[in-house]
Design a protein around this ligand. Structure first.
Ligand SMILES: Nc1ncnc2c1ncn2[C@@H]1O[C@H](COP(=O)(O)OP(=O)(O)OP(=O)(O)O)[C@@H](O)[C@H]1O
Ligand SMILES: [Mg+2]
Length: 300
């Protein structure tokens, strides 16, 4: 059926609205973190892959970092291995680490690579072990309850933090018009594997490449206040207060932490956006619609 004149004009308007954004970001690298929770629905997955291909085709260089919490949880449940979390991080013993590596590096990574390629992109999957992309060290997690005077340090196993990102392989891929898709598994100097929260990896990759933008797609509208309203333009002190009073918990803790770190270390803007909305990335990149929570260094 042919479009009505109004509908056609509207499409032209939306496309034209994208021009200044394309001009602003052409040739720039953008890191997109794709959350495990937002990548279950087939339609959303396809929309995400198309957004990434579209970015690349208009001359922007996307790098995808993915999570996979729900997928790891599913396989652990099938294997009767219990899932435990401390401060939003998965407690990872040796058996859990094997599952994490299989699910993230195998199933989830290749699924995203396949989807992007199926939609016409040139994606290439990597874990932090490939070309020693992610050099990790063991994360010293802390835990504190209101009754405790000082936080205690707890051992959560093979959970790592990023020590260093070797950007060479990323630069090589981006320069050859590939789209890197990174599974958040790190490796230390001894060759030990680490499970790293994908938000932390995305933040550090964005920092290492001094990216214009870090987009964290998740399964919620953004950072919410106690009444469930999306908050934006927060200062460091605001975030600290929200953590202290228990508004920010679980998986939002590393997410907000890495967004703050990224903008402190040279990334211009970090966005936490709702991956349950189809084409959330496209909307964020190319329209005047402000979706989700924005953090820039103006607020810090
Ligand atoms: N103040 C808050 N505002 C919004 N979400 C919050 C807040 N505090 C805690 N959360 C939780 O953080 C979750 C998002 O983090 P989560 O780690 O679960 O998802 P993800 O990072 O997108 O996926 P993955 O960890 O698999 O990569 C939300 O679904 C919500 O339950
Ligand atoms: Mg998470």
């Amino acid at each position: 059926m042919p479009l009505s004149r109004d509908a056609a004009l509207n499409i032209a308007k939306v496309l034209s609205e994208a021009l200044p954004y394309i001009q602003q970001y052409v040739g720039k690298t953008i890191v997109v973190k794709y959350g495990g929770n937002a990548m279950i629905d087939e339609e959303l997955k396809n929309a995400f892959a198309r957004d990434i291909v579209m970015m690349k085709l208009v001359g922007i260089n996307p790098i995808v970092v993915h999570g996979g919490g729900p997928q790891i949880g599913d396989l652990l449940a099938k294997l009767n291995i219990e899932s435990k979390f401390v401060g939003g991080m998965r407690v990872t013993d040796a058996a859990t680490m094997d599952v994490v590596e299989m699910v993230l590096g195998g199933q989830v990574n290749k699924d995203i690579v396949n989807l992007i390629n199926h939609n016409g992109g040139r994606a290439m999957g990597l874990t932090g072990k490939d070309a020693r992309l992610i050099v990790a060290k063991k994360l010293k997690a802390t835990h504190k309850t209101p009754e405790m005077q000082a936080p205690e340090i707890i051992d959560i196993g093979h959970v790592g933090e990023v020590k260093h990102i070797n950007v060479d392989v990323l630069n090589l891929l981006v320069a050859s018009d590939f789209i890197p898709v990174i599974a958040p598994i790190g490796v230390d100097e001894q060759g030990q594997s680490y499970n790293i929260n994908a938000d932390l990896v995305a933040g550090k990759v964005a920092e290492a490449l001094k990216c214009e933008k870090l987009i964290l797609l998740t399964n919620i509208a953004g950072l919410l206040d106690k009444q469930g309203r999306v908050m934006t333009g927060l200062s460091l002190a605001d975030v600290d207060a929200l953590i202290e009073d228990g508004t920010i918990t679980g998986g939002m803790l590393p997410k907000i932490g890495c967004a703050l770190d990224a903008v402190r270390n040279g990334v211009k803007r970090a966005h936490i956006i709702d991956g349950r909305v189809a084409h959330a990335t496209l909307l964020e990149m190319f329209t005047n619609e402000g979706v989700g929570t924005l953090i820039t260094n103006e607020h810090l």
